[in-house]
Design a protein around this ligand. Structure first.
Ligand SMILES: *[C@@H]1O[C@H](CO)[C@@H](O)[C@H](O)[C@H]1NC(C)=O
Length: 221
């Protein structure tokens, strides 16, 4: 008689993190022109929170607590958003997948390595976004001085490569992204908590290396 025992252990950390949620991997569906400028019809959440030990809050968003009020957060919406100029003549229907990055952090810390937050390339949430765009927090994406600079999608060809340009939103699409970020994973009027995968934090540390997941199969006669 063969007894097969199969044990699977997944270690998943649950953490109240709304506002500090990260891994804003989205699928933007719409039109994209020859320069990578997008006119979005929808923004879909493809990511889930990667729990880090030291997320840095930006209190100006009023989104650093788990039960933040969507209406209060939305009231801080910028009156206008920077966006690219969409060229109809070179546009084609597409869906683009990438990580959301606000224009300020894209220009200063993905393209350049400005030393404004303690070390070269650190965004205000202390994330080295050129190598760890997936750890960039919601609070940092929506704080008004970042959100008003619009939104980009960044991607990387492999988990050890740097993130770089995939697309930029036109201003109407940037507004859609902002509205998406206020409510995504946090339906207004609820205080649900996000569960997420545990990763180590720290500049340049590949996040998936420490994904806490273990699986074992034991066969017994
Ligand atoms: C972001 O979340 C998705 C969905 O859970 C996951 O497949 C992906 O690996 C995460 N990204 C990173 C860089 O860990």
């Amino acid at each position: 008689m063969l007894r097969l025992m199969c044990a699977m252990t997944m270690v998943l950390a649950a953490e109240a993190a709304h506002g500090l949620d990260n891994n804003w991997t989205v699928m933007v569906t719409g039109m994209k022109d020859g320069n990578g400028c997008m006119k979005a019809t929808s923004v879909e959440d493809m990511g889930s929170n990667l729990v880090t030990s030291t997320p840095t809050c930006l209190s100006a968003t009023q989104m650093c607590t788990d039960d933040y009020e969507c209406t209060t957060a939305r009231a801080l919406k910028p009156t206008s958003f920077t966006g690219c100029t969409f060229d109809e003549s070179t546009a084609a229907a597409t869906s683009a997948v990438g990580l959301l990055m606000d224009g300020l952090c894209y220009n200063n810390f993905v393209v350049e390595q400005k030393n404004f937050n303690g070390a070269p390339g650190l965004a205000p949430d202390k994330v080295h976004v050129r190598s760890e765009a997936h750890l960039h927090t919601r609070a940092c994406l929506v704080v008004s001085y970042c959100a008003k600079t619009g939104f980009y999608l960044v991607t990387r060809p492999s988990s050890s490569a740097d993130y770089a340009f995939e697309a930029q939103m036109d201003s109407a699409s940037a507004e859609k992204v902002f509205d998406f970020l206020i409510e995504a994973r946090h339906p207004c009027g609820t205080t649900t908590t996000t569960t997420g995968q545990t990763v180590s934090s720290g500049a340049n540390a590949p996040a998936l290396a420490s994904l806490a997941s273990a699986m074992s199969f034991v066969a017994l006669h």
